[in-house]
Design a protein around this ligand. Structure first.
Ligand SMILES: [Zn+2]
Length: 179
């Protein structure tokens, strides 16, 4: 079985008749009851945090997929939540840190395999300023954290396309203090 959503969503969630995906794999349609469902990208937030020495804060994933891989702090935006609220919540939940400032930087599309199906996300990246790291600890779905030299990160070892692209972009920046 392939990982495309059309192979996993076959029956209408309203009337249980068999439905079909369009050719782009973006929308499910039931011809029996008219139910129409769009498979949009899920919004996720990602934090770029540098310490006073210019080292980048990354975390070790404590959950699948890619258990143990280097990643950024962040997660999905909850329904009804703003992206700004989500990034503050995730940083508190995963690292017990409270940024004094968050600034939207850029977005990076991502897809990953979850429960056997490709899930599409759009990762909204925020540059977060943290003045006090003394309370830092790894919590929730994070099994550790590291302050790394951006240029020394091996992009090929990173778990997701978006994480690879974020680090690639950071490595090309002439002055990281300007992002
Ligand atoms: Zn239906």
């Amino acid at each position: 079985m392939t990982t495309q959503p059309a192979n996993h969503y076959k029956y209408c969630p309203r009337c249980a008749a068999r439905g079909v995906f369009d050719a782009q794999n973006k929308a499910f349609k039931c011809h029996n009851c008219g139910f129409h469902f769009f498979l949009n990208s899920s919004a996720a937030v990602t934090a770029i945090i540098f310490n006073e020495k210019g080292k980048l804060l990354m975390v070790r994933r404590g959950i699948e997929p890619h258990y143990g891989a280097l990643d950024f702090p962040g997660g999905f935006v909850d329904p009804g939540e703003s992206a700004e609220q989500a990034i503050l919540r995730e940083i508190k939940e995963e690292l017990n840190l409270e940024p004094v400032k968050v600034k939207y930087w850029a977005s990076f599309p991502n897809e990953y395999l979850y429960s056997g199906t490709i899930v599409h996300t759009i990762d909204l990246v925020f540059c977060c300023k943290v003045d006090d790291f003394s309370a830092i600890k790894h919590l929730d779905d994070v099994m550790g954290f590291e302050f790394v030299d951006v240029c020394s990160v091996d992009v090929k070892q990173l778990p997701f396309l978006s994480v690879q692209n974020i680090v690639n972009t950071l490595q090309k920046q002439k002055n990281l203090a300007n992002i």
